[in-house]
Ligand binder design. Structure first.
Ligand code: PHB
Length: 389
């Protein structure tokens, strides 16, 4: 038998003690990895999601199902080429239990790949990439936001109901913009409209002048657009400054005017958009959420804050079903799948593909608010094309 010196035995026992302490810590703490944009055109959106998530945790006294939450953060910069590397920082380096992120569809595709490869639980609090709850759906991947198809399809129906026959679309050339246009086109053309031209600029460019001139020359009945964050602010202002606002009605997925109205000013007033959230829903849950958010952050919440809040609610539902034991994976996932989330947007459940089945509201900008006008599509489920689960 090998002889151990006193000092090597001491080293060994210290190491064992450290390992067991780490285990004890990990079992009363859940490590949450926030991968969000904290710089760039979507920076504000990332902050709102984090605020929303932390608000729910705070309301539960800082713990979910009795587990303390420890946060790890990465700024993904809305940079798809770094998506996999950034997700791996949280999974491999920080050893998080769950990934929360992100805003940009292209970056989320990288996160979904890492989640699939490492079987890490992923909850997406914004990015709408259709494939993530479509052909690439997976048991450990959930979304508390929307698919790019959902609000866009509803707006296609609305534009057709408003008797428009032709529309030009304009967006960023990346997954979210392209899928949003596709969704709009599907709804609009099913009801007899026709998309006559699809225009785009590279993400995150905000040079719109040449394309606005093209729209003015084409004179469609309507324009449909997907922009968000700082890009949405610039587009809405440029559309009005080009003199188009009173000539050709502008419709958008609601990201166009969510969290952006202070910066857009009068240029946004009267715009109609569709989204799974709106101002003036006037439900007890929404009222209490807005009050609590405003008190905590001295800011008004927007759709991103709601989605972050609901990501924490979804995690809590899973943890509760697993009795707070993260290793009880099946129970955790079942708990999330069956959860009815009491969201400020209105309660929602998940589809088989793990995407919210939810009402899409038609909203109108009035007095710097996205006032609810009507429900444009009741209980709308994404078609989840290609999902086998
Ligand atoms: C997306 O890239 O999926 C995306 C980004 C910003 C939004 C909505 C969707 O506001």
């Amino acid at each position: 038998m090998k002889n151990f010196s006193a000092s090597s035995l001491l080293t060994l026992s210290c190491a064992l003690l450290a390992a067991s302490t780490a285990q004890a810590q990990s079992s009363d703490t859940i490590k949450v990895g926030l991968m969000l944009p904290y710089t760039g055109t979507f920076a504000q959106l990332g902050v709102a999601i984090e605020n929303g998530f932390k608000l729910f945790v705070q309301e539960q006294g800082g713990a979910l199902a009795g587990k303390k939450i420890e946060f790890f953060k990465v700024d993904d910069e809305s940079e798809p080429s770094k998506g996999i590397e950034n997700a791996n920082k949280l999974v491999q380096r920080d050893k998080v239990d769950v990934l929360i992120g992100t805003v940009h569809s292209g970056v989320a595709m990288g996160m979904a790949k890492v989640a699939r490869d490492t079987k890490t639980l992923l909850i997406i609090p914004n990015a709408g990439a259709d494939a993530i709850t479509g052909a690439l759906c997976a048991p450990n991947i959930f979304r508390t936001s929307f698919t790019n198809w959902q609000p866009a399809y509803a707006m296609g129906l609305v534009a057709a109901e408003r008797k428009h026959k032709s529309a030009v679309t304009i967006t960023w050339k990346y997954a979210a913009g392209e899928e949003s246009v596709k969704g709009f086109k599907e709804g609009f053309e099913a009801k007899g409209g026709k998309v006559t031209k699809e225009l785009s600029v590279p993400f995150p460019t905000v040079e719109f002048q040449a394309l606005l001139a093209e729209i003015a020359a084409a004179k469609p009945d309507a324009v449909y657009t997907f922009f968000a964050g700082a890009g949405a602010v610039k587009f809405v202002k440029d559309y009005a400054a080009a003199g188009l606002k009173d000539k050709i009605p502008l419709y958008g997925a609601g990201f166009l005017t969510d969290g952006t109205l202070d910066a857009q000013g009068d240029a946004a007033s009267g715009l109609l958009t569709t989204l799974h959230y709106a101002d003036g829903l006037d439900t007890p849950k929404d009222r209490s959420f807005r009050l609590s958010y405003a008190k905590t952050y001295k800011l008004q919440p927007d759709v991103y804050a709601v989605q972050g809040y609901d990501a924490a609610q979804m995690l809590a539902a899973g943890l509760k079903a697993a009795g707070g034991d993260f290793s009880k994976r099946e129970a955790l996932i079942k708990g999330m799948e069956l959860a009815k989330i009491d969201s400020p947007r209105g309660a929602f459940t998940l589809s088989k593909a793990h995407n919210p089945v939810q009402d899409i509201y038609l909203r109108k900008v009035e007095n710097k608010e996205n006032k609810m006008v009507s429900v444009a599509a009741k209980g709308l489920a994404d078609p989840a094309r290609g999902c086998r689960m």
